[in-house]
Structure formats: structure tokens, C-alpha cells
Write a protein that binds this ligand. Structure first.
Ligand code: AMP
Ligand code: FE
Ligand code: FE
Ligand code: ZN
Length: 302
């Protein structure tokens, strides 16, 4: 795998370097998956929030990226192409953020297409279980909520609420589709190593998302051996103690840091994601990712 040696510029689309001390957000969702706002609107909101860069990291898709990049070029907000992958973990599921992903890679698109097809299979299975429990909804209600985006539990939750099965999203998760609840169905989950290898094969980088208390040094060291480039240290679910422990591990293991709000649009009743830009991630963290990406691969990474 060839990587260009020259450092990639960290300029905004207008050719200006982001102002020193500027703030970015590397974990944001749109209607391409379970977010509430269209990709171009997300970028408008990033500008309004004073952000110099965002990464659009929808679940199992890069379909929102071209519209977000185009809006970013118009508005002077850098948009990094990203994706949030779901992978297997000892405790069930672990999320992995891929950055700098091409939107025209056939192997990547084939992989993501399989993930999205499995999301459809699983949403059908959850609807079957919900119907068996007497909840009024059908699969078309879920598809209507997803509007062509990658289907996820939030779409199922909204359909449950619409059908009167719960008062809000959090009740729908707590009663029915949260992990361990009666209508929860697992996705088919690739391993972390499989996702890391795929992302590296298209010259992307991988960061492990919102590990919370699962982020022990021994566990992260194993991930590093399988290609981990960064840890998401700043996330709304990380209290100051988790944040500082993960920061310490990232420094000791010499992996980079990422952070973001996991913003899904304006909150619905019972939702707990952070506000856009709330993690106050310095633009310098993205510059470090740029520099790592520009380095020639080490033997271990090949
Ligand atoms: P999925 O990938 O289909 O399993 O859906 C996971 C997504 O559901 C997460 O990325 C969140 O956006 C959302 N989510 C998970 N738990 C909750 C909850 N308790 N309330 C609202 N949204 C949730
Ligand atoms: Fe989500
Ligand atoms: Fe996540
Ligand atoms: Zn997310």
C-alpha cells in the first residue's frame, strides 16, 4: 500500500488554514443513517456552531458524504469522509470510526452494502418480535422513518412511538429494543481486525468509539496490534475520569486521539446525544490524523 510522503495540507476549502484554536467535531450523523438532518444541513449547522471541520460518520454508509463535502466547500467547513462501523466485542458490540474513506471504492461499498442488508434483515426480525408482543407497527413504518438511509434501531423506536407503543425514544429502547430487551436482535458483526484491514486498504484510519469503562489498557493494546490508529477520548458518554484515563492510555500507547459529539440532530424526547461541537475537539487533532495518514506505512501496518 503506497501512501504519499508529502504532508497533506490542512487547509479549509477556501484555501485558508483553520484559525489557531479552532474547534472541530469528528463524530456526527445525518439522515444517511439515523440522524435527523440532511448532510448539507448538518454542515450549515456546523458553520453556525463555529466549527472549522467535521467528520460525517453515519452508521454503515458514506452515502451522505458527497452532499456534505459539497456544502462544506460552499461554506468553508472542512468535511472529512467517515463512517461508524459496528464490530464484535467480548461484551457484544463495539463501534469503530473510519476516517478518510473514499466514496468510490468497490470493496468498501460491497462491505457496507452487506452491513446495510443485514440491518434490513434485523429490522424485520425486530418488527416480527414487536408484533408478537402486540405492538402496532409494520416494517413499512420503519422504512418510512429511515427514508432510504441505513436502517437502525432509532427508526424502529420512532415507528414504535408513532404506533403508540411507547411515549418516547428512550421508553422504546428501555421496554423493547435496547440490548437485552425482548425485541432486541443482534446484527451480524465483523471483527475489529476485519474493519481495520478494510479501512487501511483504502488509506483510511480507524478510531475506536465511546469505549467508556471497557477501555482498559490491555484491551486497547490488543486493538493496537490489529491496526488501531486512534481512540475517541472525548464523547458525551465519557465523564472526566474516563476521558483522562483514555487520554493517558493513548499517550502511553502512542495512538492518536479523536473526539466528537455523536450528534444526531436536534434531540427527540429522551435522547441523550451531545450538541454539535460540544466536545470542543481542537483542530490540531485532525492535523495529527492528516500527518499520520501521510506517513509511509510501517511494516506492521502492511
Ligand atoms: P443500531 O446501530 O441499529 O443498533 O442503533 C444504535 C443507535 O441507536 C445508536 O447509534 C444511537 O443512535 C441509538 N440509541 C442507542 N440507544 C439509545 C437510547 N437508549 N435512546 C435513544 N437512542 C439510542
Ligand atoms: Fe446512531
Ligand atoms: Fe456509536
Ligand atoms: Zn455515532
Amino acid at each position: 500500500m503506497d501512501r504519499p510522503r508529502a504532508g497533506l495540507p490542512t487547509l479549509t476549502p477556501s484555501g485558508q488554514a483553520p484559525p489557531a484554536g479552532s474547534i472541530i467535531d469528528l463524530h456526527v450523523h445525518s439522515t444517511a443513517s439515523d440522524g435527523g438532518l440532511a448532510p448539507e444541513v448538518v454542515v450549515q449547522r456546523a458553520l453556525a456552531a463555529g466549527l472549522s471541520a467535521i467528520s460525517l460518520t453515519d452508521h454503515d454508509t458514506v452515502a451522505g458524504v458527497p452532499a456534505a463535502v459539497a456544502a462544506g466547500e460552499r461554506l468553508g467547513v472542512r468535511v472529512v469522509s467517515g463512517c461508524e462501523f459496528s464490530t464484535s466485542a467480548p461484551w457484544g458490540e463495539m463501534h469503530v470510526l473510519g476516517y478518510f474513506l473514499p466514496t468510490d471504492s468497490a470493496p468498501l461499498e460491497a462491505f457496507l452494502e452487506r452491513c446495510r442488508a443485514d440491518r434490513m434483515r434485523r429490522a424485520r426480525a425486530m418488527v416480527d418480535r414487536l408484533q408478537g408482543m402486540g405492538v402496532a407497527l409494520d416494517f413499512d413504518d420503519v422504512l418510512h422513518q429511515a427514508r432510504g438511509g441505513a436502517v437502525g434501531r432509532p427508526h424502529v423506536a420512532r415507528a414504535i412511538v408513532r404506533g403508540g407503543g411507547a411515549l418516547g425514544m428512550s421508553e422504546a429502547f428501555d421496554r423493547y429494543i435496547g440490548r437485552g430487551r425482548p425485541a432486541f436482535v443482534e446484527k451480524v458483526l465483523p471483527s475489529f481486525g476485519e474493519v481495520a484491514t478494510l479501512v487501511h486498504s483504502v488509506r483510511g484510519l480507524v478510531s475506536v468509539a465511546h469505549l467508556k469503562d471497557r477501555g482498559t489498557r490491555a484491551f486497547i493494546e490488543r486493538l493496537k496490534g490489529q491496526g488501531l490508529d486512534a481512540i475517541e477520548t472525548r464523547h458525551p458518554s465519557h465523564d472526566p475520569e474516563v476521558r483522562s484515563r483514555l487520554t493517558d492510555i493513548s499517550l502511553r500507547l502512542e495512538v492518536l486521539r479523536t473526539g466528537g459529539s455523536d450528534w444526531h440532530g436536534d434531540p427527540e424526547p429522551g435522547e441523550t446525544h451531545g450538541a454539535l461541537g460540544s466536545q470542543e475537539v481542537p483542530a490540531e487533532w485532525l492535523e495529527r490524523l492528516d500527518r499520520l495518514r501521510a506517513e509511509p506505512p510501517t511494516v506492521a501496518a502492511q
